[in-house]
Design a protein around this ligand. Structure first.
Ligand code: ZN
Length: 238
């Protein structure tokens, strides 16, 4: 079993009727319902439950943290962002979704602005597989077609991905690095662009397949209790 914690700020769904119609119990509950099976054991946490909801203990018992946030990034306590960053460096996996590109923990992990260009015109998106041999692309064809998504465009202010799995292209001509893998010390991070709150992206079977593949890819194979810089005293040989 992979222990997954899904963080969703859970603000749009409570304020906006159109979003609630798509995700009546919140994006976190939709993802949990679609993804939970014999391989994934899923807990959820929302902004209202911070900081305790993402305590050190919760993170130590999380193999992969999934993060969706948008309008309330600034309300995530700094201490939580640092805890998440440190947990990733120790080995926890993380899957950052859509507008999570501007979340505090993702920006800490990237060390860059994570800015991009965006517009909402109801464009369709093609999420192209650019690395079909990658574990996260398994079970996906050449591309995933999303009838409508928010348009994200380059430049995307992130470090060069260690592996690029998807490139999104949009009706209006933009392209965007939609699926980016990073290794951060002992932990793995996957950023995945689809998932604007006013379109039903997280009910799309292939998008869910990618998220599940990403969780399995990010699942830690090596994890330490603490990050240390030990003085080893004697040389191996005299
Ligand atoms: Zn959005």
């Amino acid at each position: 079993m992979i222990r997954v914690t899904i963080y969703n700020e859970y603000v749009h769904e409570k304020k906006d009727e159109a979003v609630r119609a798509i995700y009546p119990d919140g994006i976190h509950m939709a993802l949990k319902k679609h993804l939970e099976d014999e391989e994934l054991q899923i807990s959820t946490v929302t902004l209202d439950e911070l900081p305790e909801g993402l305590s050190d203990e919760v993170l130590e018992n999380t193999d992969v943290l999934v993060w969706w946030g948008h309008m309330a990034h600034q309300h995530v306590p700094d201490e939580v962002a640092v805890r998440v960053q440190q947990a990733v460096l120790r080995g926890m996996g993380m899957v950052v979704l859509h507008s999570g590109h501007h979340s505090k923990p993702f920006k800490l992990l990237m060390g860059t602005s994570c800015n991009l260009t965006w517009r909402e015109n109801g464009d369709y998106e093609l999420v192209w597989v650019c690395n079909p041999a990658h574990p996260i692309a398994q079970g996906i064809g050449r591309f995933i077609k999303l009838e409508a998504e928010e348009t994200y465009g380059e430049p995307f202010g992130v470090p060069e991905p260690d592996e690029l799995v998807f490139i999104g292209s949009y009706q209006g001509g933009e392209v965007f690095r939609s699926g980016c893998c990073y290794r951060k010390e002992n932990g793995k991070v996957f950023y995945f662009q689809p998932g604007h709150e006013t379109v039903p992206t997280y009910h799309h079977p292939e998008i869910l397949k990618v998220i599940k593949n990403a969780i399995k890819w990010a699942h830690p194979i090596y994890r330490v209790k603490a990050l240390e810089c030990p003085h080893v005293g004697k040389p191996l040989e005299d």
